[in-house]
Design a protein. Structure first.
Length: 102
């Protein structure tokens, strides 16, 4: 999503069989940017009381930030589950330093 936000929005619209002209795609791109979503009360869950020891709904918006939150064992378990669930989808995933095509 981050490398081609508009192109991916177009592909999603096409998959959903929605005719999306460029002005609509531009609006969706602007509304779904990390900055727009973190500052919008409807998407950031700021209205939900947060426990001090729990992370907020949005962290940084960086590719690969999960590495700062998963232990090596959790990462290994997640990789195995991810590969099992995504096998054969033809999807390509960018994790910052690695590209996965299950």
């Amino acid at each position: 999503m981050k490398h081609d936000h508009g192109g991916n929005i177009s592909r999603i619209a096409s998959f959903l069989e929605i005719q999306a002209a460029q002005p609509l795609i531009d609006k969706v791109v602007a509304s779904s940017s990390f900055q727009a979503m973190t500052s919008n009360q409807n998407t950031n869950f700021g209205w939900v009381s947060q426990k001090a020891d729990k992370p907020k709904h949005f962290r940084k918006g960086d590719i690969g930030d999960w590495r700062n939150h998963f232990s090596p064992e959790q990462s290994k378990q997640m990789d195995a589950l991810f590969m099992k669930k995504m096998k054969g989808t033809g999807l390509r995933f960018d994790f910052g330093d690695e590209i996965f095509m299950p």
